[in-house]
Structure formats: structure tokens, C-alpha cells
Design a binder for this molecule. Structure first.
Ligand SMILES: Nc1nc2c(ncn2[C@@H]2O[C@H](COP(=O)(O)OP(=O)(O)O)[C@@H](OP(=O)(O)OP(=O)(O)O)[C@H]2O)c(=O)[nH]1
Ligand SMILES: [Mn+2]
Length: 178
């Protein structure tokens, strides 16, 4: 199958899976805007043309946030895409604090392709936080998310200059020393 239809298949799959999910902003933006935006950062800003990386970006939150299983991803999109999504999926059996710590610990050991998806995910979410504060979040919680993200990004360095430089500007704006 050609690359365009591979990408549309992923977009369609993710849109169906995330259909009842909304972002945490006041406007309750459809959640699918996030994976599509992560894929766009990779193609438009980071210069990535590797199709499995873009597919994984489109699908990256389906297992973590919906009823999707890795078997399903493997069946529909094959082992490479499924493997990248697995690498960027938090273990939901752990507590939130443990999950956050695991992201910091695991980041340096992720594959190059998974690191690309993680960088784009963090960049999207930090820009989103800058755009507006999620419902119920205090300014302190926003700042903590920036500080935690900077620790995850520290383990992803040396992967993509463009995304790392853009992230660094966002950290500097928040007085986070990197
Ligand atoms: N900035 C922002 N984030 C929102 C919004 N709506 C949903 N999110 C999601 O919330 C997650 C960050 O919030 P947390 O409180 O840290 O995590 P939680 O959802 O597990 O409780 C991100 O998940 P994630 O993509 O899995 O990434 P991460 O948890 O690895 O950072 C992000 O995509 C929004 O309006 N603004
Ligand atoms: Mn995400």
C-alpha cells in the first residue's frame, strides 16, 4: 500500500478510537487534534519523512488512552509501528508518580524513532500549555509539568536539533535551567 493511504489509515483509526475523548482545555478540543498535531510537528518542523515514525505519532496515545491493544496495532499496522507506540506508552498499572519517573528513566534508552515521537509529543503539550491552562490546573502544576518535561527531554537529546532548540526556548521562557 502506498504511503498516503498508510497515513490516512492511521489517522482514521486514531480518529475513531479517540472519538469520545476531548482535550482538557476550556473549549474541550477534540483529542484527535493532539496526535495529528504531533505528526505535523515531525513532518513540518523536524523534517522527518520516515513513514512508520509518522504513523506511530498518529497512533501514539491510542493504547494509553483508549481500548486499543498492541495486538490490534500489530495486526493493522505491523510490528515496527506497534513497537514505536509501545515504547512511548506509559504503564497504566503504575501510579502517576511512578509513571512520571519512568519517563525520565526510560527516555535515554528509547530507540531513535521513539525519541522523535516523544520530543514532538512534549513540544505539542508544552505549546498547548502556553496557549491555555487545562481546566483545574494551577500555575504551579503548569510549571511542574514544564520542569518534569525538561527532565524527560534531557534524556532525549542528540536526536533532532530543531525540536530540541524549540523546546529549549520554551524552557528558558519559564526560567528552567537546561
Ligand atoms: N497541555 C495539555 N495537555 C493535555 C490537554 N488535554 C489533555 N492533555 C494531556 O494531558 C497529559 C498531561 O497531563 P498529566 O496530568 O501530566 O497526565 P495525565 O493525563 O496522565 O493525568 C498529556 O498526555 P500525553 O500526551 O500522554 O503526554 P505525557 O503525559 O507523556 O506528557 C496531554 O496530552 C490540554 O488541554 N493541554
Ligand atoms: Mn501525547
Amino acid at each position: 500500500m502506498n504511503h498516503v493511504s498508510e497515513l490516512i489509515r492511521c489517522t482514521d483509526f486514531a480518529a475513531i478510537k479517540h472519538k469520545d475523548q476531548r482535550r482538557k482545555d476550556i473549549e474541550a478540543t477534540p483529542y484527535i487534534n493532539h496526535p495529528i498535531g504531533v505528526a505535523k510537528i515531525l513532518t513540518e518542523e523536524a523534517g522527518i519523512t520516515d513513514i512508520p515514525v509518522i504513523q506511530a505519532a498518529l497512533l501514539h496515545d491510542t493504547v494509553e488512552d483508549t481500548d486499543t491493544s498492541f495486538e490490534e496495532l500489530n495486526q493493522h499496522f505491523g510490528p515496527e509501528v506497534c513497537g514505536i507506540v509501545k515504547e512511548v506508552t506509559d504503564d497504566k498499572t503504575l501510579s502517576k508518580m511512578e509513571r512520571k519517573q519512568q519517563q525520565i528513566n526510560h527516555a535515554p534508552h528509547a530507540s531513535y524513532k521513539a525519541k522523535l515521537v516523544k520530543l514532538a509529543d512534549k513540544l505539542y503539550n508544552l505549546r498547548d500549555l502556553r496557549r491555555c491552562t487545562p481546566c483545574g490546573w494551577t500555575a504551579e502544576r503548569v510549571q511542574e509539568y514544564f520542569v518534569w518535561s525538561s527532565k524527560v527531554v534531557a534524556g532525549l537529546r542528540g536526536t533532532n536539533r530543531k525540536m530540541e532548540d524549540t523546546l529549549d526556548d520554551l524552557f528558558k521562557e519559564r526560567d528552567i535551567i537546561i
